[in-house]
Design a protein around this ligand. Sequence first.
Ligand SMILES: *[C@@H]1O[C@H](CO)[C@@H](O)[C@H](O)[C@H]1NC(C)=O
Ligand SMILES: *[C@@H]1O[C@H](CO)[C@@H](O)[C@H](O)[C@H]1NC(C)=O
Ligand SMILES: *[C@@H]1O[C@H](CO)[C@@H](O)[C@H](O)[C@H]1NC(C)=O
Length: 434
Amino acid sequence: MAFLKALTIFVSIFISTCLRGHVTSAQTYHEADAIFNDVIRNASTTVRPMVNQSDTLRVFVTFNLMAVTQVDEVRQELACNAWLNLSWTDELRTWLPEQYGGIKVVHPDPVDIWRARVMVSNSLQDRDIFKDAHAPVFLFSDGSTRWYPGGIFFTSCVMTVTVFPFDSHDCSLLFLSIGFYAEELVFEPVSPEANLRGYSHNGEWELTSTSVSPLQIPVADETFSGFKVTLRLTRRPWFFLLNVVMPIMLLSLLNFMVFVLPNDCGEKVTFGTTILLSQAVYMSVVTNLLPQNSYDGMPLVLVYLFFVLVLCSVAVATSIVVVAFDKKLKCNDDKGLTPEADTVTNNLADVPQSESKDGLLRNRIHPVNSGPALDNVVEEKKPASDVKRAKAKVCLAKAARICCGSNALHLSVFLVLWSVMTALFLLHGVSVAA
Ligand SMILES: *[C@@H]1O[C@H](CO)[C@@H](O)[C@H](O)[C@H]1NC(C)=O
Ligand SMILES: *[C@@H]1O[C@H](CO)[C@@H](O)[C@H](O)[C@H]1NC(C)=O
Ligand SMILES: *[C@@H]1O[C@H](CO)[C@@H](O)[C@H](O)[C@H]1NC(C)=O
């Protein structure tokens, strides 16, 4: 084991020196090993590596983001793949390269040196992420040390989805030092932004901006140092709009087509109900995508879809009523009524009932003729009570006719309501996105 370890160290030194272009024939295994014995293991791993312990150790940080792997609005968590560049000066582990064959950098095990350990305080998994003792350490002869620990960070992130799918979220990762006060150790971000050189894009979320800021966290009468990384993520809305919102819009438009079907077509109600069902299925897709949260305000898209669903239900109900009235009128016509009522309805109904099977056509012809003909009949022939009954019937028949006859009217009313709602929804979305 010891041999293996030594071999690994040797190989790593060899490779790193090769890469840094410091290859000289003078560097031998024994010289590298000597650095480990004389310098690295000759200082404490727990005491801060400073000669003057009243000084504050400054640790420089860079946050390198590789990918945003998961943004889960339902569970309110963010997963990202990142690594840190922590660098500080180790005053106790320095050597003169001339005394060790010109070796300027070695790669000790992180556990063999003092390191600035940090924890992720809003982590949803292990908070002490840097137990991983195998992240590479670069120790230079002047004592400057670089440590590159990294991993997949699972952090909690509060996401408000009221303007879904036009939403943006600020998700933060809070890093805190373990075991040192702010007077003993401070983190200093090298740059106010995360390093995105290795970042690979996320298909659903756009990374609009990043920030890295130092943090002093007072806990009781003590202060801890740390840093905060904030990622601003904006949703790319097109996937959701094309796959969920558009189909629901189209289905609702299709639903209003019930008013184009003739009233005596038996499929009228079936058609409306089927479309309503498919809309309900889409609604459940949407609700699964969103957090079950009624506290921060309902997502706008849910409110919109709910109103569309209501509109379509009303449309189906209306078409049921239309069909029912239509059937009733037909029955009356077929059976024949009492003589007086018959005259009334005949005069009233005129020809179209029997002639035309098309609801729209019949209704269009109808109202023009009915009024005057009816008045003449009633007033000339009938006694008072009969006149009343006849008038009531006429009213009923008129109502029914308006109801049946206004398919075009219904269609336009529903279309107007739908357009207003859709326009409001889209305008709001655009204003939020802008
Ligand atoms: C170990 O460190 C002490 C003081 O830090 C120093 O006096 C001593 O020479 C070091 N040992 C070696 C082998 O360098
Ligand atoms: C140690 O650092 C403190 C604060 O920077 C300073 O006041 C003190 O003189 C230093 N002591 C030595 C021995 O250098
Ligand atoms: C890590 O940070 C130090 C100090 O800012 C810098 O000199 C070094 O190049 C960085 N290393 C990498 C791999 O980014």
